[in-house]
Design a protein around this ligand. Structure first.
Ligand SMILES: CCCCCC/C=C/C(=O)SCCNC(=O)CCNC(=O)[C@H](O)C(C)(C)COP(=O)(O)OP(=O)(O)OC[C@H]1O[C@@H](n2cnc3c(N)ncnc32)[C@H](O)[C@@H]1OP(=O)(O)O
Length: 329
């Protein structure tokens, strides 16, 4: 459900009451979401390179692009909510425990009203999935499969759902060279996709914006995919599918106007979360068990093919073109 002005004001007050400094990166995110929610897209002249603080604030705000005010307000409230709960939880852990061990670096995870929400939280990088995020998504799914929620939701923070694999993942080459990198990537990808195949509870994607690559290909493993009409899917031939086209192809369950997306979908999810949890879980188990073995076999085959393709000139050229594109400007 979309955050009200009252929720937004409460969140602003909550920020002042935080027990611990959340750090500069989070403070910049809060600043950017506050400005986007109250003033809309960045209207601030770009500061000079030596004006470091205002340049960092400008970058944070400008990154949000044309994110609607209501969505920014919702994201602000969600961020403060997850921040407060993680800081509160850290105040309950043993002294000296590292706060990060109770939370996530690349995700926001909340659990309330019977719904565990996993939010991809690298908006400045269009929620590109780096190695850390692959592991954190698997950790969050494992926790969600055991918590007391009935359903699990995956969505994105910012104007993108996810731009797929973080292409800088390919730049961190281990001592064994690109062959070892490709092998490790295939192992990671197979484990990652396997978590979605085996997830036992109803899993819903809220595609809040454009989705690319792996963030699209795993949608087929969700039990429902609700998309904003500003979402696009980039899959084959690099062609963008509109949310409506993806729905016609059966990749998306239902498309909603962006202006009412959050409100309409959360109303529906809260109703789903009140349904008998064991009946939902067992129904999914009966359906998924029929296809699980085949899905794992296809996953293994795909990862084996990808391991070879990642070593090809086509792949390396595409990655280098992307990573060097701004230096050519
Ligand atoms: C280890 C397991 C391996 C699994 C592999 C299987 C998965 C495969 C895939 O997912 S393939 C698809 C990979 N994704 C892409 O090719 C998309 C690349 N990104 C883009 O094409 C564009 O960024 C865009 C169309 C998504 C958005 O364009 P635009 O609106 O112009 O924004 P920017 O390009 O300026 O992006 C802002 C900022 O984010 C960084 N970024 C965006 N996407 C990625 C990405 N996928 N990997 C790394 N970084 C990304 C971009 O570099 C900018 O950063 P900067 O501000 O320059 O620091």
């Amino acid at each position: 459900m979309r955050a009200s002005q009252k929720d937004f004001e409460n969140a602003m007050n909550q920020v002042k009451l935080l027990k611990k400094d959340p750090g500069n990166e989070v403070k910049l995110k809060l600043y950017a979401l506050y400005k986007q929610a109250t003033e809309g897209p960045c209207n601030m002249p770009k500061p000079g390179v030596f004006d470091l603080i205002n340049k960092a604030k400008w970058d944070a705000w400008n990154t949000l692009g044309s994110l609607p005010k209501e969505t920014a307000r919702q994201n602000y409230v969600d961020l403060v909510s997850s921040l407060s709960s993680s800081l509160e939880s850290s105040s309950q852990v043993e002294p000296g425990t590292d706060r990060k061990s109770t939370g996530y670096e690349t995700l926001m995870v909340t659990s309330e009203d019977g719904i565990t929400k996993i939010t991809l939280n690298r908006p400045a990088k269009k929620n590109a999935i780096n190695i850390e995020m692959y592991h954190e998504i698997m950790r969050a799914l494992k926790a969600a499969s055991k918590d007391d929620s009935s359903i699990t939701v995956l969505t994105g923070n910012g104007d993108y759902y996810s731009s797929g694999n973080d292409l800088t993942n390919f730049t961190d080459i281990p001592p064994g060279g690109v062959e070892e990198k490709a092998k490790n990537s295939a192992i990671l990808l197979r484990e990652f996709v396997g978590c979605f195949i085996d997830f036992p509870k109803p899993l819903i994607a809220m595609v809040n914006g454009p989705a690319v690559g792996i963030s699209v290909t795993i949608l087929g493993l969700f039990d429902a995919v609700y998309a904003s009409d500003r979402a696009t899917e980039m899959l084959v031939f690099g062609k963008k599918l509109t949310a409506g086209e993806a729905c016609a192809q059966g990749l998306v369950t239902e498309v909603f106007p962006d202006s009412t997306f959050q409100k309409e979908v959360w109303t529906r999810l809260k109703a789903f979360a009140k349904l008998p949890p064991n009946a939902m879980r067992i129904s999914k188990e009966v359906i998924r068990n029929r296809e699980k073995e085949k899905l794992h076999a296809v996953n293994a085959e795909e990862c084996s093919v990808l391991q070879e393709r990642w070593l090809s000139d086509e792949c390396m050229n595409a990655v280098m073109n992307f990573l060097s594109r701004k230096s050519n400007l």
